[in-house]
Design a protein. Sequence first.
Length: 435
Amino acid sequence: MDDVQIKEMVRARYGSIAATSEADCCAPSSCCGPQATVHDKARRMGYTEAELAAVPEGANLGLGCGNPQAIAAMQLGEVVVDLGSGAGFDCFLAARQVGDTGHVIGVDMTHEMLKKARDNAVSIRAGNIEFRLGELEHLPIADNTADVVISNCVINLVPDKEQVLREAFRVLKSGGRLAVSDVINIAPLPAELRADPALLCGCVAGAAPAERIEAWLSEAGFVDVRVTRNVEGREMVESWAYGRGVENYIASAMVEARKPERVYNVLFLCTGNSARSILAEVLIGHWGKGRFNGYSAGSFPKGAVHPLALEELERHHLSTTGLRSKSWNEFARPGAPVMDLVFTVCDQAAGEACPVWPGNPVTAHWGVPDPAAVDGTEGEQRKAFHVAYLALENRIKIFVALPIDRLDRLAIKQKVDEIGRLGACRNRSCHDFGC
Ligand SMILES: C[S@@+](CC[C@H](N)C(=O)[O-])C[C@H]1O[C@@H](n2cnc3c(N)ncnc32)[C@H](O)[C@@H]1O
């Protein structure tokens, strides 16, 4: 089954649940074994009687697998986005927490769910909630909108989970938080369970391991990433497919992460701005994943980016669109982006009198031998570019892993100087290329 077919199956399944208010369990319609009411299930997930009494009748379809409200710490006036809002259960609770000055946006791709959620909102005259039709992979929400993104037992259903997490990052404001309840995979699923379409729609077969979720979150740019398994959820998971042992392969979990407070502007300087500084500009954008904006410039720009620099970047599938060789004066003018950090990557630029950078950035020297200066065969020149690439990538990976939000200026300066003192060639593949 391909991704489109999986999504259609999920939509049909939840459409029928919404239309019939059949709400046996998150998992296949064939659950047997002791059945708890949706109310009891929600109580076991940690929702209080007062919360359950406050939501409109029919909003709780018993489709969650935990309680994202418990970790979201919502405040009055905040904007909350609920991914896969179903009939609106968590949205109605969030609306109470954020009050009239706050706002809640539920997104769901299933028309029948959306209708149910909207009818529920009308029934209680909720003024601070809206439900939008949309897919989590392409959220119908502007950048930097939400203080909190919540979700309850949904992301496991989406084939491209990585894209959902990137979208969550995009719609969060700086410093915003992700508070998700979902299922995770804890052991490889036997083929028989993996191939069961009912278990795919039923929050079992699509679950990803915690380590992959953590890696996707970090790659999307999140920090303070944490996936915590909820051991008490075992009974609930078991009830989704009694007798089939699914509780041995998946578990309920809470997923927490934060979009960093601020995005740092980093400028790489060289003389010609055609090779090393260009590589660094692209590498920091790639490894910094939304936390760092990369820029580069030269004291005497060559006017064109070296073709081997472009070739090296393309070989690593990094975009070279819009790269150009530019003067450092561009970044010293009024209206230019204010730099937080400025690194010189060639010895000559480090020795020159720089313009005065607005914002008083932290500076350091990260010297790397000039690959464009290698006078040899084409193969030797390519090797030199590759070595420069690896040397810069090595430093940049260490740099972006620093807890920079929590370091003061002096500590940042110490760390970036230390990184600058690192040998350019520290890994095996670099040695393979002869440095
Ligand atoms: C298990 S239900 C959970 C509903 C709700 N969070 C709750 O706890 O009651 C999953 C919901 O996610 C929605 N959904 C699944 N995949 C989606 C996607 N790719 N984009 C938008 N909604 C999706 C389904 O339509 C369904 O309403």
